[in-house]
Design a protein around this ligand. Structure first.
Ligand SMILES: [Zn+2]
Length: 144
């Protein structure tokens, strides 16, 4: 998506990002440069997909940070023209956030956790991850 491509003054912004003291400051700059990129934050993944939580925990453990939130973003592809988007994503990851593409998830209407869409469910199933037998936009637990 063109609107997330690096602006001409990318080098200057790279230096600016490096100088920002907190993840809050980085979020403000991301909102300023790429309005609409940050969509929403979610507390956790559905228990129906334990590997998502496990992967996130292992990323946080390897970096040595506490788990923060899942951050859903509008676009998540990195080419050589997406230096800033990549930097923002890495900054969030290093601060304990799990950055995911908004269109890959639905939110359980009951517990507000993140559930992968059916296409992703299918990919997970093919990879033999633990997933519900049938895809649903609500967690198994919440349907009981
Ligand atoms: Zn639920």
């Amino acid at each position: 998506m063109d609107k997330y491509i690096d602006p001409p003054n990318v080098a200057e912004i790279v230096e600016k990002i490096k100088s920002l003291p907190t993840i809050g400051d980085i979020k403000i700059l991301a909102d300023e440069l790429f309005p609409g990129w940050l969509c929403s934050t979610i507390q956790e993944y559905s228990n129906d997909y334990p590997h998502l939580d496990k992967n996130w925990r292992s990323v946080c453990n390897s970096i040595g940070v506490k788990r923060a939130l899942i951050v859903l973003v509008d676009f998540l592809e990195f080419t050589e023209k997406h230096t800033l988007l990549k930097m923002f994503t890495e900054s969030f990851t290093r601060a304990g956030f799990n950055v995911r593409k908004n269109s890959d998830y639905v939110i359980c209407s009951n517990c507000k956790c993140a559930i992968p869409i059916e296409i992703i469910w299918n990919i997970f199933k093919e990879k033999n991850y633990k997933v519900p037998l049938k895809w649903s936009k609500t967690c198994t637990y919440c349907r009981k």
